[in-house]
Design a protein around this ligand. Structure first.
Ligand code: MEV
Length: 424
């Protein structure tokens, strides 16, 4: 499969769906789901509470991705203009030198068990650690299926926290959750161990819940980009200047949390759009990413350097808690189809793909920011939205939008005038 689809953006929606269905070998029901038979309200009512309807996003495909030597089409659902175009462009630049390489530490989640009112917290910590084998066995009794699949609780850690409410003993269960996101598995284990932890610590167990700071589940992606690929004929900057400015942008983020927040938001634009398209818990990934970024003072999750060949060397590292089994994906037919398009075989592979998408997104965003700015790219789609809001019929939308951009007057009043003029 080739993820380069020249002229994809110029095709209409039906043609694009056809191109993707053909390349991704989509089953007929997946194509039908994407075509518009989305989430049935009866099913929606089983996913959340007080359901009154369903909400749709555009489902887009980012092209050009090559990840660990394999081409992939990337489904993205996002309400923001330019995100999908930027991801595709970032992937195109990375492709020049073979695309992205990824590395994932393995699918380990942490569950926390909080014990309060412990008289001898430091000794209690040691009693918990002494009981590690028994605690691991008890935790694993909770999920024999996970254990049968090679996963399960693998270790116990214990910490003493000095809090505003006195010392607390916090036990961590480190659980290999295999191809699941793992939230339910680790929460059940933590709940099941509460009586045992109370007996060991002599305290009272209160919270029993996973940590979204999933620092035992780190995904990394990297790519290199030759400077000439970074340039644009319309700019006065050459490729090495663009490259150096991107390195400057990375350094700016590295020294300033105000900038690092936006820099990281750019990375998450890509990651969240894929997790939304596949109906996954993007809040968990967001929480983990920002907590990880803040471990030593809030910092950017990606870095930009110049390598010995003079290429831009780009890398990203963040916790990614995502699964390919369980979760809500299969409840939403369009998300199921998105997973077919993505074609990942394991949670680790999925996490690597997400890291690569985040890096592509960030790279393309920075390239625009250090040169023409991001508004330019936003404008043509924005102009189309303004034309539609001003009442342009579908056969006039493109023409009205082009005129608005040419005249540098992307306003509804001018769009309305143009609609009148062109309709005569
Ligand atoms: C916009 O959604 C994201 C950017 O602001 C990210 C960044 O500033 O790096 C372009």
């Amino acid at each position: 499969m080739d993820s380069r689809i020249p002229g994809f953006y110029k095709q209409d929606v039906d043609e694009r769906r056809h191109s993707v269905a053909e390349r991704a070998n989509l089953a007929a029901d997946a194509v039908a789901a994407i075509e518009g038979r989305g989430l049935d309200p009866v099913r929606a009512d089983t996913i959340s509470e007080n359901v009154v309807g369903t909400l749709e996003y555009p489902l887009s495909i980012a092209t050009n991705f090559r990840i660990d030597g394999e081409d992939r089409l990337i489904p993205m659902a996002v309400e923001e203009t330019s995100v999908v175009a930027a991801a595709s462009y970032g992937a195109r630049m990375a492709r020049e030198h073979g695309g992205f390489s990824t590395q994932v530490t393995g699918p380990h989640m942490i569950a926390q068990i909080q014990a309060v009112g412990v008289d001898d917290p430091f000794a209690a910590k040691q009693r918990v650690l002494d009981a590690e084998d028994r605690l691991v066995d008890l935790a694993n009794e909770e999920d024999p299926v996970l254990v049968d699949h090679g996963g399960g609780c693998e270790a116990v850690q214990a910490r003493v926290l000095d809090t505003d409410r006195g010392p607390m003993v916090v036990t961590h269960l480190v659980v290999n959750v295999q191809d699941a996101m793992g939230g339910n598995a680790v929460n059940s284990m933590a709940e099941a161990l509460a009586p045992e932890i109370e007996a060991l610590t002599g305290g009272t167990v209160q919270l029993r819940i996973l940590s979204n700071l999933a620092d035992r589940r780190i995904a990394r992606a990297r790519c290199t980009v030759p400077p000439e690929v970074l340039a644009d004929d319309d700019w006065e900057l050459d490729g090495t200047e663009v490259r150096d400015r991107i390195v400057d942008a990375g350094a700016f983020a590295g020294s300033d949390p105000y900038r690092a927040a936006t820099h990281n938001k750019g990375i998450m634009n890509g990651i969240d759009a894929v997790t939304t398209a596949t109906f996954n818990d993007w809040r968990a990934i967001e929480a983990g990413a920002h907590a990880y970024a803040a471990l030593d003072g809030y910092a950017p999750l990606s870095t930009y350097e110049v390598n010995a060949e003079g290429d831009l060397s780009c890398s990203v590292e963040l916790p990614i808690q995502i699964g390919t089994v369980g979760g809500a994906t299969q409840l939403q037919p369009v998300a199921g189809a998105a997973m077919e398009i993505l074609d990942v075989d394991s949670a680790d592979e999925f996490a690597g793909v997400l890291a690569a998408v985040g890096l592509a997104q960030n790279l393309a965003g920075l390239r625009a920011l250090v040169s023409e700015g991001i508004q330019h790219g936003h404008m043509s789609l924005h102009a189309k939205n303004i034309a539609i809001q001003a009442g342009a019929p579908s056969d006039l939308v493109d023409e009205v939008a082009e005129r608005l951009v040419e005249e540098d007057a992307i306003r509804e009043d001018r769009a309305a005038e143009l609609v009148d003029e062109l309709s005569e």
